[in-house]
Design a protein. Sequence first.
Length: 235
Amino acid sequence: MSRLAIIPARGGSKRIPRKNIKLFLGEPIISYSIKAALKSNLFDEVMVSTDDNEIKEIALKYGAKVPFLRSDKNSNDYATTVDVVEEVLETYRSQKKQFDYCCCIYPTAPFVSENLLTEAFHKLLDHKFDCVFPVSKYSFPIQRGMTINKEDKIEMIDASKMNVRSQDLDPSYHDAGQFYVFNVNLFLQNHKLWTNNTGCLVINELEAQDIDTEIDWKLAELKYKLLVDAKRNSF
């Protein structure tokens, strides 16, 4: 049973320049994903898919492999995660290397841990899912969401939920944006990660932070420090 970890990290980033190697509490943020993958001992190979030589050198420094550079086609703003993962897997196949299972770990996911990766793989195999990824619960019921109309007035998206108590509404979840573990053959057949046979791991809000702005970045560092302090105090 061969397993591959792919960390997709292109050089271009518009909202946070050089985001994938920006220092996060003193270390390039991509190093957290690399170290978690290596510490898990789950993978036969941990590789970084990049078009950028500086990212390549940092990836190699922290123990990942960069056996080939990403194509120009999949290095622009429009390339999807699926595009990048398919390219990596097909390139390996052209080199006579095939994998049964894969994990795509985002390079800006410092909360990923070896334990969470291991738990995800166990769930993938035990339940025979196509894919498993972490999700986090919305802190406020999305059924009570609102929009602002053209007249600058507030409207509920679903007015039927106006008088329903929050505690009586079903909880909703969102992709935590950390990683996906999946069956390679099924992924290549379906050309997508999320199928109707996909499972999840629920993590709390402190263990996840989408990082798209400088404010997101500061929040992520604060959360990470809180988690580190909590672990220290538990011993």
